[in-house]
Write a protein that binds this ligand. Sequence first.
Ligand code: PA5
Length: 447
Amino acid sequence: MISIDLKNIFPFVDKKNFSTNMISAGESLDVLHKGSGKGNDFLGWVDLPGNIEQDIIDNIKSVSLEFRDNVELVVVIGIGGSYLGTKAVETALGHNFPGLIKKEHPRLLYAGQNLSEDYLYDLQEVLENKEFGIVIISKSGTTTEPAVAFRILKQQLENKIGKVAAAKRIIAVTDSSKGALRKMADEEEYRSFIIPDDVGGRFSVLTPVGLLPLALAGIDIEALVKGSRDMAGQTSIKIAPDNNPALLYAAARNTLYGSGKLIELLVNFEPALHFMAEWWKQLYGESEGKEGKGIYPASVDFTTDLHSMGQYLQEGKRHMFETVLSVKESKNKLSVPKDKRNLDGLNYIAGKSLTEVNSMAELGTMLAHIEGGVPNIKIGIDKLDAYNIGQLLYFFEKACGISGYMLGVNPFDQPGVEAYKKNMFALLGKPGFEKETDKIRKELHAE
Ligand code: PA5
């Protein structure tokens, strides 16, 4: 279950402002459900949890059984929304040292999320003596980073096991009809899964974009979907506003934003949540950062970063608030042992579980940061299992849609992401970009 605690924003914001924002959040929720707002051709994710067909789940499960028997490694190729959701869920639910333990299911490796020559070279080296498969994910089917990685790794796989066998180990997740990847999948006869037209990349983790690789890694995707479905119920228009966690979160962060808190730090005390924060940053950054507006989404891993960022957070510029992801129960039990000689002086916590110690660190940090002028939103999660993570994913998506509408932007486009691509294509001499190439060369030579 997900809970939300807002009491520690009120030393910093007026209750009246919060109530006004709750009304605005309710209106935005209404717009989202009616589909009457900006970007309404990308609202497929709103009712997605209830609409995932059993056929798709069964199909994904049967592919994952086949891969489990035939490959040790699966390279998931994708970037942005086509990769971060999988990485976030896999990390949240998996072992903290995934490369060093025996696994019943194939291990996931990632590619196409950067353009580093050394990264891909090293990956090729790792794959050299392994049985591997590839899941290539791109909604547009034309994104440069995954396309480059796919060309290289596909050739490696074909050289290793032959073109026909390789085609059986490649799965494409892409649009039903558009883009180079769809064309390639059809021509090369790869198995493929479809990303619905009305679901944008960063809202796509509950489509085959996330469900397929997660199932390959042995994650219980049915529990994940069930969690998201229950959260869709808990954040629907039928729920009283004060009981709707997505409305409360959207209203709280916009109230803080209105009071000059321009940065939101997503805080965790579990290293397994590091990539959940990366996913969240994309979700909120790409959805809200436009038209000169938007909270800047940042993240820290505590207690690690308390020893690097702690000073700034306690006493630096007061333009931020914290949203703490607080996990109640650990998966495993481990306590501090007693030591007769007590040379390290730790016997005062002997017998306490690490979770108790960690939760005191969490409480102590929260009190200190509130004292230091940093408002705090607390999001409670019972434990890191597929059901709760499914709830968390949908909770953040729903709050993001509401929050973007409250800000007055279209939360479902990303026009700003194109700017770097145009320059890169011009610099690389991509056909069709000749004018831009001339312009950029002149600009560079004028410097
Ligand atoms: O949220 C988004 O739309 C983006 O982050 C995309 O997911 C990302 O750019 C990758 O795009 P594609 O799946 O088309 O390769």
